[in-house]
Design a protein. Structure first.
Length: 488
């Protein structure tokens, strides 16, 4: 990296809350991407199953939640592809830019193309683009700082605030637009938000000054035709499977679940059988396996915000707010509000506890168990008619979702880097994202079993299963800590 960039890292900071000015650019594009992502996802399920007279496509609810779950899983699967493209072909900065372009085109497709054609084209573009942007935005933020720059943690805190601001505002505005003017206007608003993010990012690209411009491990020129051929073959295989009926809306989330499990098993096998890792590193990889399972279980419940919880908000929740029925998509903005309020509280708590704070396996166990308790809390609100569930009750449940997320999600990414063998640092991070992909797609598969007319068995089964996984992980934590070989 050039001395100019190094100097910019440490001296260009006064312009954006004492941080490098390039952080403002990354903050902005991430905020608008999250605005468009959560804004679209807030109304997507309703677009799929609402009747055509209401502006929707009239799909069966089981098929609709399967599509949403598969889409969520594909986003996180695509982070692996986005990281590979950045490392081998384009570099992080260009990969982020082109990924943002794909996202905008995806939202435009949803807004303009009618029927399932728009859904298919739009969601594929958004999923691949979001994976590419997600994989590289965080990396670029880290590259703004030298290893000993004391502003790093504060910079990441500001950056993640952009994520939650976008996640808060997106569903509010797209839900309002959908309620007043229809789904396609809501999708168009998401596209407009991403366009604003792209314009802002393009104007500010010069502030990055070459950061993330080069691929760190370039793919040899001779190997590129083979990669292109594999990509084309994969696209043809997916199209053929769809046209022949092998892939359907009903089984889409199941297919993504299967692909994710295969990818995760392959990743673990490659790492564990490698001769480039030591005995201590291999032990730490084994320690990550039960954490991977718990993470997948957690995300399979947490990501039901966009499937089962969205159904519940539409059909069961009393959405009367001072005499006005607010859009059900607004429920998606509750979690970001709680994250903004409590993220700092949790960070301060862990800092003050220091060495007395719970170990990573115990945090994972608590996060998984709290998610199970949150689902059990649906039971007292079950069995009533339409609009019978109180808003404060659902808000309390989503507060538990937030506590569980803060116990597990920040810890998971950090732990994957601490347990990673030196030769497989990036692959271990990819494994954590694969656990999110598995959980997100499972959210669609599980939600197909939710019956609005008989809710208690679903809430009880899912909640107790998650609590059981948390309890098993807590019981295994002494053994897991021994396998972690000194990592906390």
């Amino acid at each position: 990296m050039s001395s100019t960039v190094e100097q910019d890292k440490t001296e260009s900071g006064a312009g954006f809350f004492g941080q490098p000015f390039a952080l403002a650019n990354l903050f902005g594009v991430e905020m608008w991407e999250r605005f468009s992502f959560y804004g679209m996802q807030g109304i997507l399920l309703y677009y799929l199953y609402y009747q055509t007279s209401e502006g929707g496509l009239g799909l069966d609810k089981g098929a609709a939640v399967s599509i949403v779950g598969a889409y969520g899983g594909t986003v996180y699967l695509s982070t692996v592809l986005g990281a590979w493209v950045a490392d081998r072909i384009l570099g992080s900065e260009r990969t982020l830019f082109y990924s943002a372009c794909l996202i905008m085109l995806g939202h435009i497709s949803l807004a303009l193309l009618p029927g399932l054609a728009g859904v298919g084209v739009g969601l594929v573009l958004i999923a691949v683009g979001s994976g590419g942007l997600k994989a590289n935005a965080t990396s670029l933020v880290g590259d703004l700082y030298s290893a000993d720059d004391e502003r790093r943690d504060a910079g990441f805190s500001i950056f993640y605030m952009g994520i939650n601001v976008g996640g808060l505002i997106g569903p509010l505005l797209t839900g309002w637009a959908q309620k007043n003017w229809g789904f396609h206007v809501g999708f168009a608003l998401a596209a407009f938000g991403m366009a604003l993010g792209l314009i802002q990012y393009t104007l500010g690209r010069k502030h990055l000054r070459g950061i993330g411009a080069a691929a760190p491990n370039p793919l040899p020129q001779a190997a590129r035709p083979k990669v292109v051929a594999i990509a084309i073959a994969a696209v043809v295989a997916v199209l053929a499977s769809t046209l022949s009926g092998v892939i359907t809306a009903d089984n889409l989330s199941d297919i993504v679940v299967t692909l994710t499990i295969v990818a995760a098993v392959a990743y673990f096998a490659v790492i564990l059988t490698s001769r480039r890792i030591t005995r201590v590193e291999r032990s730490r990889v084994f320690a990550f396996i039960p954490m991977f399972v718990a993470s997948a279980a957690f995300w399979s419940l947490f990501q039901q915000q966009f499937t089962m919880v969205a159904l519940f908000a539409d059909s069961r929740l009393d959405r009367n707010l001072f005499g006005w029925d607010f859009p059900p998509s607004w429920v998606q903005s509750i979690n970001p509000v709680f994250i903004i309020i409590f993220a700092g509280v949790f960070a301060t708590m862990w800092t003050r506890l220091g060495s007395r704070q719970p170990s990573s396996p115990i945090k994972f166990a608590l996060g998984t168990a709290v998610m199970g308790i949150a689902f059990l809390c649906f039971i007292p609100m079950s069995g009533g008619g339409p609009n019978s569930a109180p808003l404060l009750g659902l808000a309390g449940i989503l507060l538990l979702f937030t506590f569980a997320e803060l116990l597990l999600s920040p810890v998971g990414l950090s732990l994957s880097t601490k347990l990673a063998p030196a030769a497989f640092h990036t692959q271990m991070v990819a494994l954590f994202f694969l656990s999110v992909a598995l959980g997100s797609s499972l959210a669609g598969t599980l939600s197909r079993f939710y019956d609005e007319n008989n809710e208690v068995p679903y809430f009880a089964a899912v909640g107790l299963a998650s609590i059981t996984i948390g309890a098993i992980l807590a019981a295994l934590s002494p053994w897991i800590r021994r396998l972690m070989r000194g990592v906390q």
